[in-house]
Design a protein around this ligand. Structure first.
Ligand code: ZN
Length: 255
């Protein structure tokens, strides 16, 4: 309709009216684009908010799930260094903490979970990561993904020829089945620390496995922890005050 009016103005050589009609057409097109852009921006912000909430729930779960792992490995490494003092520095075995014997019997058992963040996978698979407007969060997510993708390969060597101390030195441990929480495991109730002190090979293997566990704890588990915490901090600052303290402390009490 507007074009038939323009043609009419052209025929009557009413240039002012032609100019006004053109301005109206162009303004209409610009406004149309602008409204579409506003709508898209609004949809993106709504979608971003949903992604942030999902990521936060997943990160809280991941942190809660891994607390037990980091604590376990940390306790075993601490116990192992106390046993090293017994064997090499003449520390009295009676001063060892409870569970030290079980700790060194399980010292060679550790694994890297590589916690999945399904929302992050979805953002990467759909090429939608750009919807996350916050630079710090985007960087933290990419950094975690890179670490998780390569960690299993980088740390698999650490377990090659890992001495599982109970097997080559069964005479130094008294072991019993441990059926805590419905799971059958081996518990060492008693260690012959004085015999361990006299056995040079045992000392060497203990140092070997303790060093590997300590390295793994520091460069794998603690690094993973740091990266997850960076994502959580960035999310917390975007989401403002929220109540995951209860969940954090609940998780902290898990044995
Ligand atoms: Zn939080």
């Amino acid at each position: 309709m507007i074009f038939s009016r323009i043609i009419h103005h052209l025929k009557t050589q009413n240039w002012t009216a032609v100019a006004i009609e053109f301005v109206i057409v162009i303004a209409g097109v610009v406004l149309g684009f602008q409204v579409t852009a506003w709508n898209e921006e609004r949809q993106d912000r709504i979608q971003e908010g949903a992604y942030l909430a999902r990521l936060h729930a997943e990160i809280v779960d991941a942190e809660a799930g891994r607390l037990g792992l980091l604590d376990n490995v940390t306790r075993r490494v601490d116990h192992a260094s106390a046993v090293v003092e017994v064997i090499y520095d003449g520390r009295d075995p009676a001063t060892l903490p409870d569970g030290a014997c079980t700790s060194i019997s399980r010292l060679g058992i550790f694994y890297l979970e590589g916690y999945a963040l399904p929302t992050l996978d979805e953002l990467l698979a759909t090429g939608n990561l750009g919807i996350i407007g916050d630079d710090a969060l985007r960087r933290a997510l990419i950094s975690y993904r890179g670490f998780a993708d390569t960690a299993a390969d980088r740390f698999s060597d650490i377990r090659v020829d890992m001495p599982n101390l109970v097997r080559p030195y069964p005479h130094l441990f008294s072991t019993v089945p441990d059926r805590q929480s419905g799971q059958l495991r081996r518990a060492a109730t008693d260690c012959d620390y004085l015999a361990m002190r006299d056995d040079e090979s045992f000392g060497a293997d203990l140092l070997d496995v303790a060093a590997r566990a300590g390295f793994f704890r520091m460069t794998a588990l603690a690094e993973e922890d740091r990266r997850l915490a960076a994502i959580h901090a960035a999310l917390d600052s975007l989401l403002g005050s929220h109540d995951d303290e209860a969940r954090h402390s609940e998780a902290g009490m898990t044995p």
